[in-house]
Design a protein around this ligand. Structure first.
Ligand code: ZN
Length: 263
């Protein structure tokens, strides 16, 4: 048994290691020998390292499914939620709404010829600035999140990243969805991803809009005839596998053979 700072040896029990973190912790120890040299004890172990899932995926390509429920689901198991559902964003949005209402109230008062400057901070110029600041803060938070997601995606240095051509027009069916889509900043995300991938020499593959990434079974290739948006779990009628809908889509994107190379 090995931990980062100590090793368990037969008859001796736990022995502290001078060199921490040298021996992989998740390894199975096959055999070990202890030697003494210049008054110091050395332990050498023969180990079997089990490649973890992430390590196996590294160097391989990844597929990413971009969406509204979750921002990005990657085929290596990484999931990045929608930042617009977080309390930090919601709180700032609420403050923005309040500031916008206060501003329009001041405009109305002026139109009616009422005096608005009855208390400190009530003038219009300040209210405009408050609205602008909050708009900017929201934009910054969202943009920083996109950069963060991109940085973690390229961090594993995959051979390629495959994503679907963004069909923003098709996504925008109603006003609320339109707002949700525009707040995600998919286009900006793609630009950021492209520039990061160029920097690190990662191929970016774009799959056409008609590739049925959500309807295919990533395990056996069986295509579902119908899959409603409400179904968050993909269950294959052919092989019986059951996967998260977006994860299944990301695996299909990774496996896609027809694509355009963007980098
Ligand atoms: Zn299947």
């Amino acid at each position: 048994m090995v931990e980062r700072h100590r090793i368990k040896m037969p008859t001796l029990g736990w022995v502290r290691l001078k060199e921490k973190g040298y021996i992989p912790v998740n390894a199975t120890v096959r055999s070990g020998t202890v030697s003494q040299k210049a008054g110091r004890y050395f332990v050498s172990v023969l180990i079997d390292v089990q490649e973890s899932y992430e390590q196996a995926e590294r160097g391989d390509g990844i597929g990413i499914d971009v969406g509204i429920k979750d921002f990005v689901s990657a085929s290596d198991g990484q999931v990045f939620g929608n930042i617009n559902k977080t309390s930090a964003i919601k709180r700032t949005e609420k403050r923005l709404k309040r500031a916008q209402r206060a501003l329009s109230r001041k405009y109305e008062q002026r139109k009616r010829g009422e005096k608005s400057a009855t208390y400190r901070g009530s003038n219009i110029r300040k209210a405009v600035l408050r609205v602008q600041t909050l708009h900017m803060r929201l934009a910054n938070m969202r943009s920083a999140y996109r950069s963060y997601v991109v940085s973690l995606l390229v961090k594993t240095k995959p051979a390629f990243i495959t994503l679907e051509k963004l069909n923003v027009k098709g996504m925008v069916k109603n006003r609320h969805v339109a707002r949700a889509v525009s707040n995600q900043g998919f286009y900006d995300f793609k630009l950021k991803l492209l520039s990061a991938c160029k920097k690190y020499g990662i191929e970016v593959r774009e799959v056409g809009m008609f590739y049925p990434s959500s309807k295919l079974c990533s395990c056996c290739g069986h295509k579902k005839v119908q899959l409603s948006l409400k179904e968050r779990t993909f269950t294959c009628e052919n092989c019986g596998i059951s996967l998260d809908r977006d994860f299944n889509a990301s695996l299909n994107l990774k496996q896609a053979t027809e694509y355009t190379v963007l980098t």
